[in-house]
Write a protein that binds this ligand. Structure first.
Ligand SMILES: [Fe+2]
Ligand SMILES: [Fe+2]
Ligand SMILES: [Fe+2]
Length: 315
C-alpha cells in the first residue's frame, strides 16, 4: 500500500520515539556498570538530556495528530532498528558498555539525520528543526564517550587484550554477515557498492585480527573458542524482523561501523598498555578503514531515503 510522505514522517517520528524510550531504559542502568565516577556522570547527564528528547519527539507526534496509544502497539516493530542492536547484548565491562553506548549514539545520529531528510521533504520545518537540534546533543554525547575510551580501559574490570581481540574477531564476523545481506537489500545502488568495497576490507580485517590472536594464544581450544564466539549482537534477528528498507539498513550499518570503531579504539589502548605495538598499529589502521566506511555509508543517506520512499510508492 503506497503511503503518503506525511504518513512516512509520522512513522519515522514513531521510530525515534521508541529509540529514545530504549535509550532511557539503558541510561538508567548504565551508571551502575560504568565502573568509573566520571563515566557514570556522563551517562547520568545524558539521561536528563534524553528525557527532554523523548518529550520533544512526543510533542511533535502529538502536533502531527498521531494517536500515541495506537502507535504504542507498533513500537516493538517500528523500533526494530533501535531495539535489536542492543536487545541481545549485555555489556559486562566498562569498555564494552562504552563501545556500545558510542554505537547507540551513532544509531540515534543516523535516525535523526534520516528523520530530518523526511521532514524536509514533507515540509515540516518544526520537526526538521527538532531532529537537527537533538542530533547535535547525540553528537555531543558520542564525543564525550569517545573522550572516555581511556578511562574505560583503565577500569579494573576492563578485560584482557585477548578478550578484546576475540571480540573484534567476532564483530568482524557479524560485519561480514551484515554487509553480505546488506548488498542484497541495497539492490543496484551506490550503497551496495559501498557495502561490497567494505566487505573486502572486512574480510582482511578479520584475517589480520585472527593472526594477532594466534600470536597471543596459540592454544587451539582457546582460539576455536574465540573464532566460534557469536559476539554481542545477533544480526540474524535484525534481518528476520526488519530486512526492509535501504534507509534503515544504511542507518544500522552506520551505527555498526561505530561499534567497530569503539571496539578498536579500546583494543588499541589495551594493546599499548600491554606493550603489543603491532596490535596497536593494526587497530589504528583498521580504525581508519572503519571511519572511512562509516563516512561513505553516511554519504548515501539521501539516496537511500530516495530509494526507500520510491519503493513505498511515495513521490
Ligand atoms: Fe537520544
Ligand atoms: Fe543519546
Ligand atoms: Fe566495518
Amino acid at each position: 500500500m503506497p503511503g503518503t510522505l506525511d504518513e512516512q514522517l509520522t512513522k519515522y517520528l514513531t521510530d525515534v520515539h521508541s529509540i529514545e524510550e530504549q535509550a532511557l531504559r539503558q541510561l538508567r542502568t548504565a551508571p551502575k556498570i560504568a565502573g568509573d565516577p566520571q563515566l557514570a556522570r556522563t551517562f547520568a547527564d545524558h539521561l536528563i538530556e534524553t528525557e527532554g528528547q523523548e518529550r520533544r519527539v512526543r510533542e511533535r507526534l502529538e502536533a502531527r495528530g498521531a494517536d500515541l496509544s495506537k502507535t504504542k502497539d507498533l513500537l516493538g516493530r517500528a523500533g526494530a532498528i533501535g531495539m535489536l542492536l542492543f536487545a541481545r547484548s549485555q555489556p559486562d565491562t566498562p569498555g564494552k558498555l562504552t563501545a556500545h553506548a558510542f554505537s547507540y549514539e551513532h544509531m540515534e545520529i543516523a535516525a535523526y539525520d534520516l528523520l530530518a531528510i523526511v521532514a524536509d521533504r514533507a515540509g515540516d520545518r518544526e520537526t526538521a528543526e527538532v531532529a537537527r537540534s537533538i542530533r547535535e546533543q547525540e553528537s555531543g554525547m558520542a564525543a564525550r564517550l569517545a573522550a572516555g575510551f581511556d578511562r574505560a580501559v583503565e577500569a579494573p574490570s576492563s578485560g584482557q587484550l585477548t578478550d578484546y581481540l576475540a571480540d573484534a574477531h567476532a564483530i568482524e564476523g557479524q560485519a561480514i554477515e551484515l554487509l553480505e545481506k546488506g548488498q542484497e537489500i541495497a539492490g543496484q545502488s551506490d550503497l551496495a557498492h559501498v557495502f561490497s568495497d567494505h566487505l573486502d576490507e572486512t574480510r582482511s580485517h578479520q584475517a589480520v585480527v585472527r593472526a594477532r590472536l594466534e600470536e597471543h594464544d596459540s592454544a587451539p581450544s582457546r582460539l576455536k573458542d574465540a573464532v566460534m564466539r557469536v559476539g554481542a549482537l545477533n544480526l540474524g534477528a535484525f534481518f528476520a524482523l526488519q530486512p526492509d528498507t535501504p534507509a534503515k539498513l544504511a542507518g544500522f550499518a552506520f551505527a555498526f561501523e561505530h561499534l567497530e570503531i569503539g571496539g578498536y579504539e579500546q583494543l588499541r589502548r589495551v594493546a599499548e598498555r600491554e606493550g603489543d605495538l603491532e596490535t596497536a598499529r593494526v587497530a589504528e589502521r583498521i580504525i581508519r578503514d572503519e571511519r572511512a566506511a562509516a563516512a561513505a555509508i553516511h554519504g548515501q543517506f539521501d539516496a537511500a531515503m530516495d530509494a526507500t520512499l520510491a519503493a513505498q510508492g511515495v513521490a
